[in-house]
Design a protein around this ligand. Structure first.
Ligand SMILES: [Ca+2]
Ligand SMILES: [Ca+2]
Ligand SMILES: [Ca+2]
Ligand SMILES: [Ca+2]
Length: 329
C-alpha cells in the first residue's frame, strides 16, 4: 500500500468514528443547583427562580436562526430567556422559559404551533436519535459513510427502535393549541411527557394571533435508555455534580396562521441538525451549590453519623461509653 493510500484509509477510519463531542466548544452553559429545600414548584410562578443568578440565564443573543444565519435578532419579533436547574438526588432538569412573541400562533392542530424544542442527552453519548427514515441525519457527512448505507432488512418498526432512545427530543407547544397535549415527545419514550417523569405549568394572557408574554415552568427526566417497551425498562440518566450533559434548545416561531412556513428556527446549537444528532448539542454543566446556599439544611446535616445530626459521630451524638474500669484489688 502506498503512503497516500495508507493516509486515505486512515482518513476514512477517522471520518467513520462517532463524534463524541459537543457543539460550541467555546461555551459551557450552567445548570443551577437548587438546594433540595428550595426546589421550584411547578405552578407558573417565577418567584422560586429569583435565587438563580443572572449569569445562568440564556438570553436571545445565544440563539442563531440556522435556516437564515444572516438574520439579525429582533426582540420585537421574539425574545426568550431560559434558566435550567437541577436538585442533587433527583434525575430531573427544571426549566423556566420566559418569552415575548409578536404573534402567538396556536390555533391549529398539528405541528403548526409556536414551539420550544428541547433535546437532552443525559450521558453525552452523542449520536443520531432519529430513525433512518430521516435522511438528513443519516447522511455520510453526519453519521459516517458506513452508518449511512441503508440496510433493506430493517423495516420502519425495526428502525424506530432507536428513535428517542439514547437522547430525547421534546416539541413543547407554547402554548398548546386546541385538543393538544402540552408537548410531543418524538419516538419511543412517550411516557416522558407524563407524571412522574415530567410536570408543567403555563402562565399567559393572550389569544391566538396576539402579542404578549408567556411563562412556562416544567421539568423533564433524561434517560440513558428510553426504549419503546415502556418506562419499566427505561434507565434514567444519573445527574451528579459537575457532570456535563448534552442539551439543545430551540424556538420554532410561527407568526402567521395562514403561512405555510415558519418565520424562524432559533437554535442554541448553531448546527441545524442538532434536533436529530446528539453530537451537535451544546454542553451544560450540573453546577455545585452557589456559596450563598451552602449553609442549607443539606449542608448543615451531612449524611455522616448514620444520617442523623444527633447520631454517632454527629455534633450532638452520644459519646462512646468508657470501658469499665478494672475492679480494684
Ligand atoms: Ca414556580
Ligand atoms: Ca414572532
Ligand atoms: Ca445518551
Ligand atoms: Ca410566533
Amino acid at each position: 500500500m502506498t503512503s497516500s493510500r495508507t493516509l486515505l484509509a486512515l482518513l476514512v477510519v477517522l471520518i467513520a468514528l462517532p463524534a463524541l463531542a459537543f457543539e460550541r466548544q467555546d461555551v459551557t452553559f450552567k445548570v443551577f443547583q437548587f438546594p433540595a429545600s428550595m426546589a421550584p414548584r411547578i405552578d407558573g410562578n417565577t418567584d422560586d427562580w429569583k435565587i438563580v443568578p443572572d449569569d445562568y440565564a440564556i438570553p436571545m443573543e445565544q440563539f442563531l436562526d440556522t435556516e437564515h444565519p444572516d438574520k439579525a435578532i429582533d426582540k420585537k419579533n421574539l425574545d426568550v430567556k431560559i434558566k435550567v436547574g437541577w436538585v442533587k438526588g433527583q434525575n430531573r432538569l427544571y426549566f423556566l422559559y420566559e418569552a415575548y412573541d409578536n404573534y402567538w400562533d396556536f390555533s391549529l392542530p398539528g405541528l403548526h404551533n409556536d414551539i420550544f424544542e428541547v433535546v437532552v442527552d443525559g450521558d453525552a453519548s452523542g449520536g443520531p436519535l432519529v430513525d433512518q427514515v430521516h435522511k438528513d441525519i443519516w447522511d455520510p457527512a453526519v453519521v459516517g459513510v458506513r452508518a449511512a448505507i441503508p440496510d433493506p432488512r430493517l423495516d420502519r418498526d425495526a428502525a424506530a427502535r432507536l428513535h428517542g432512545v439514547q437522547a430525547q427530543n421534546y416539541h413543547i407547544f407554547t402554548p398548546p393549541g386546541p385538543n393538544k397535549n402540552w408537548a410531543m415527545e418524538w419516538g419511543c419514550p412517550q411516557y416522558g411527557i407524563d407524571l412522574p417523569y415530567s410536570e408543567h405549568a403555563y402562565k399567559y394572557n393572550f389569544k391566538p394571533g396576539e402579542s404578549g408574554n408567556l411563562v412556562l415552568e416544567f421539568y423533564i427526566t433524561p434517560f440513558d435508555y428510553a426504549g419503546c417497551e415502556g418506562p419499566w425498562r427505561a434507565v434514567e440518566s444519573l445527574l451528579t455534580e459537575n457532570k456535563l450533559i448534552g442539551l439543545g434548545l430551540g424556538v420554532i416561531d410561527f407568526d402567521n396562521v395562514d403561512a405555510r412556513q415558519r418565520d424562524a428556527f432559533w437554535n442554541l446549537s448553531h448546527q441545524q441538525l442538532w434536533y436529530g444528532d446528539a453530537s451537535l448539542l451544546p454542553a451544560f454543566k450540573l453546577m455545585p451549590l452557589e456559596p450563598q446556599f451552602q449553609d442549607t439544611v443539606e449542608k448543615k446535616f451531612p449524611t455522616t453519623g448514620e444520617g442523623f445530626p444527633g447520631g454517632p459521630g454527629g455534633p450532638g451524638g452520644a459519646k462512646p461509653a468508657k470501658p469499665a474500669a478494672a475492679p480494684a484489688k
